[in-house]
Design a protein around this ligand. Structure first.
Ligand SMILES: Cc1cc2nc3c(=O)[nH]c(=O)nc-3n(C[C@H](O)[C@H](O)[C@H](O)COP(=O)(O)OP(=O)(O)OC[C@H]3O[C@@H](n4cnc5c(N)ncnc54)[C@H](O)[C@@H]3O)c2cc1C
Ligand code: FES
Length: 263
């Protein structure tokens, strides 16, 4: 973990209220699912954002504008400097024995899964990305998905993308969790990022598929420090109390006591 003064190199609204911000940083080693605590202007608390892409000395965040901090970040111009702390936490881990990976994104949950997809493709895994959103306009456009490191000459970004929208305006109609069953047969590992309701549906599904080696989910809770100091992010797990910022944000689905979550 380090503190970085990263310079903004691009900042664009890629979906309504959702920004993709690229920054120049020193070369970093990071795991998909790890996050940075971002100082947003004069606000005392830093805001956690997942690493969306990492490409040499450039990194990207994909974020929704929901309040003052994310609004501040959305207004940064090329050349502005942003104070980052990270990479933090424990990210997703791909089992060496897993070949067929199913990535399930609910809404802005696509943010860390893009980086995971890049890493998985480099490891020559077979990747299916199930991307769910309320409507067509809230699905990350394909030109954004296919842009970056892998299409700039390193590897083709060759994954199977399944789109699902609540209103049926693009792809399949329904919730991402409604259609998981269609893609799960050959799946060795599931990686998910989305709302808690999506994870609770996964709890119900995963028992039906004994072939699945693991299901990992990223928990989004309000964070004070992001460093294991304030205990503001504590959750109950089968192994006792855990801090999302330090022991997570990625956990095994089966380890979380879902009925006792209070967020
Ligand atoms: C590990 C981690 C990774 C994250 N990665 C991303 C990401 O890649 N992209 C992204 O868009 N968001 C991500 N988030 C959520 C993001 O941190 C919050 O949206 C952000 O902190 C809001 O700051 P704000 O100042 O704009 O809003 P605030 O003014 O602080 O709050 C505005 C509203 O957002 C809600 N809110 C604030 N923080 C959170 C939170 N952590 N979870 C749920 N609701 C919250 C508040 O309850 C309030 O209703 C992540 C959260 C965590 C814990
Ligand atoms: S956010 Fe402070 S301990 Fe996790």
């Amino acid at each position: 973990m380090r503190q970085i003064e990263a310079a903004v190199t691009a900042n664009n609204e890629v979906m309504p209220g959702v920004y993709l911000t690229w920054m120049e940083s020193p070369q970093l080693v990071a795991q998909p699912g790890q996050f940075f605590m971002v100082r947003c202007g004069g606000y005392f608390l830093r805001r956690p954002l997942s690493l969306h892409q990492l490409e040499g000395d450039r990194l990207a965040f994909l974020f929704s504008v929901v309040g003052k901090g994310s609004y501040w970040l959305s207004q940064r111009q090329v050349g502005d400097r942003v104070d980052l702390l990270g990479p933090l936490g424990r990210g997703y881990s791909i089992l060496p024995a897993a070949h067929n990976l199913l990535l399930v994104a609910g809404g802005i949950g696509i943010a860390p899964l893009r980086f995971l997809a890049d890493v998985a493709v480099k490891q020559e895994k077979k990747v299916t990305l199930l991307m769910g959103a309320s409507s067509k306009v809230n699905l990350l456009p394909e030109e954004q998905l296919s842009r970056g490191l892998l299409t700039d000459g390193v590897l083709p970004w060759n994954i199977n993308i399944i789109k699902v929208t609540d209103d049926g305006s693009e792809g399949l109609k329904g919730l991402a969790t409604d259609v998981i069953v269609n893609y799960i047969d050959d799946t060795d590992q599931i990686f998910a990022c989305g709302p808690v309701g999506m994870y609770q549906a996964l709890v119900r599904y995963s028992h039906q598929f004994p072939k699945l080696k693991s299901v990992q989910v990223s928990l989004e809770v309000r964070m004070g420090c992001g460093l294991g100091v304030c205990y503001g992010c504590t959750v109950k797990t089968k192994m006792g109390l855990k801090q999302v910022c330090r022991d997570g944000p990625v956990f095994d689905l089966e380890d979380i006591l879902w009925d006792e979550l209070d967020f």
